[in-house]
Design a binder for this molecule. Sequence first.
Ligand code: HEC
Length: 131
Amino acid sequence: MKVITGLALTMLLSSMAMANNTLAINMSQMENGLSNVQKGFLYNNPVLIKEGVAEIHKANALFHNSEETKKYLPKDKKHMSNIAFNASKRIDNASADLLKSLDKKQFSKAHQSYSEIINACGSCHAVVRGW
Ligand code: HEC
């Protein structure tokens, strides 16, 4: 019995560690993507903006539904997984808008979508961190 409990505990802890590791890797991709988008706007380089958006999009796929998003929230914030998931959806929507505006060479509008992405990052972090 003790062995089984110990094993179950080890499995639980290692899956939690794996979830944490995945989260950290994805967040660093989010950060890298976001700074490439920023650099792209600063240096007026649409290719870099698009690369950054693609990085963000890839990392953001971690939160593809509300249940999945819950896994990455602290224990006392799991009931707010819908808000966190909506923040992730906002990132996807704003990214799509950003790319559309870029294609039409509407840079100012594209830049507004970039701000919207940052705000959405902040919405989820506000939930997670109790800001
Ligand atoms: C659905 C929720 C969610 C969204 C959306 C989200 N994050 Fe995070 N982020 C987290 C969680 C959970 C953590 C880990 C807990 C913490 O750092 O407070 C985190 C932490 C981070 C960290 C710190 C990582 C570390 O190793 O300390 C960075 C950087 C980060 N996020 C960047 C971003 C960027 C950039 C975006 C938007 C493009 C973003 N995040 C969007 C949930 C989210």
